[in-house]
Design a protein. Structure first.
Ligand code: NAD
Ligand code: DAU
Length: 364
């Protein structure tokens, strides 16, 4: 029923948001309005394949601008808002937290206010059917020891980076709008995503692109930090499941049950590349240990029993299959890579890694 209404997707030009929009338009019938202010991470090329689809509409705008958000909602009359827009990179939050506070906290607050105003004026049946889905992260739960049980929805929040603290704050605001105003909100907390369209400051695309250029592959610390990986379309599928069947006010963990150390992951990428794009030396010879990320969370792991049991969601992609598809996508899309790795990308890499990253320690 809900999935028959038009939706507004914030941050729909980014990595996960664009995958979500493409999946939505392929599998649903209704209109999608993408609201995005196209930061360095937002890229309309992610949406080129649907730009002529009459159900798709793009609006350039900033979630911090509450007045414009309200105007957009009044014009588009959505039955749901799916909120991806955020500053999403932990390392950037360490070097410059202000933008994370602005977008992730102030922006989510302004968006919630605009949504509350719009929602409160809807006729009762539409009010009941409306949903605000907030896309969040496993990082709000903090760090696990190697043998600790995986995070559940009951795990107390313990964010350790400016990024995760700002996401935690936004989760709390969303929760408060349910308890205080009755706004029908849903929150999803997901583990590390990988797949097409991921900006190459994040580990997997960074490793693939550095390897292809014969550059060092930077692994922080001892490489034994553990992440739980999920193919992006499985995350998008999980979000649609929660949108359709989730209970307002509830939170749902989403993850791949694919825990892996960073070093293992990087080695697997190198093995796939050796096969798909062989060179004289194995790509693993480029692996370079660099200075650790400050406050680097040791391990994340998600218990996803709730969404599996209550809503019937499960990931469909295997890790080996998803990784191969991802690497192949970067090999097949050199123009996309060329466009996103020019300009500001170079500046970021120069700021984050020693020029001799080629031998060297991460710069702080
Ligand atoms: P991304 O950085 O690739 O994309 C973020 C998008 O938001 C970009 O298109 C950007 O232009 C837009 N944006 C940023 N600030 C904005 C603003 N003020 N107004 C409007 N648009 C703005 O991020 P992603 O990896 O696609 O993550 C999307 C969401 O999912 C985020 O909320 C993130 O916290 C969450 N998440 C990400 C992962 C992951 O592994 N990438 C895992 C769990 C949760
Ligand atoms: O867990 C979900 C989170 O996953 C999301 O909320 C974030 O938006 C998303 O960016 C991601 O955060 P991470 O910090 O886990 O992702 P990143 O790709 O930056 O790093 C993954 C791991 O790899 C992490 O342990 C740090 C390490 N790493 C990263 C880079 C960029 C390296 O060892 N070397 C690197 O050069």
């Amino acid at each position: 029923m809900l999935l028959k209404s038009p939706i507004v997707v914030t941050g729909g030009a980014g990595f996960i948001g664009s995958n979500f929009v493409l999946q939505w338009l392929a599998e649903q019938q209704t209109n999608v309005t993408v609201l995005d202010n196209l930061t360095y991470a937002g890229n309309l090329e992610n949406l080129t394949s649907v730009e002529k689809d009459k159900r798709y509409h793009f609006v350039l705008g900033d979630i911090v601008d509450g007045g414009s958000m309200r105007q957009l909602l009044d014009e588009q009359r959505p039955g749901a808002v799916v909120h991806f827009a955020a500053e999403s990179h932990v390392d950037r939050s360490i070097l410059g937290p202000a933008e994370f506070i602005r977008t992730n906290i102030e922006g989510t607050f302004q968006l919630l206010e605009a949504v509350r105003g719009y929602w409160s004026e809807l006729p009762t049946p539409q009010q009941r059917a409306f949903r605000f889905l907030h896309v969040s992260t496993d990082e709000v739960y903090g760090s696990l020891t190697p043998t600790a049980l995986a995070f559940t929805e009951e795990t107390p929040y313990a964010p350790n980076s400016p990024y995760s603290a700002s996401k935690a704050a936004s989760d709390h605001l969303v929760r408060a709008y349910y308890h205080t105003y009755g706004l029908p909100v849903l929150t999803t907390n997901c583990s590390n995503n990988y797949g097409p369209h991921q900006f190459p400051e994040k580990l997997i695309p960074l490793v693939v692109l550095n390897a292809l250029k014969g550059l060092p592959i930077p692994v922080y610390g001892d490489g034994q930090n553990v992440r739980d990986w999920l193919f992006v379309t499985d995350h998008c599928d999980g979000i649609r499941t929660v949108l359709e069947r989730g209970v307002p006010g509830q939170t749902y963990n989403i993850g791949g049950r694919q825990e892996m150390s960073n070093l293992d992951l990087v080695q697997q990428i190198c093995i796939v590349l050796d096969e798909l794009k062989p060179t004289e030396k194995p790509y693993a010879s480029l692996i370079t240990f660099v200075k650790d990320r400050p406050g680097h969370d040791r391990r994340y792991a998600m218990n996803t029993s709730k969404i599996e049991r209550e809503l019937g969601w499960q990931p469909r992609e295997t890790f080996a299959g998803g990784l191969r598809k991802t690497i192949q996508w970067y090999l097949d899309n050199p123009e996309w890579v060329e466009h996103v790795t020019s300009g500001s990308y170079r500046e970021w890499i120069d700021l984050q890694y020693e020029p001799s990253s080629l031998t060297g320690a991460a710069k702080r």
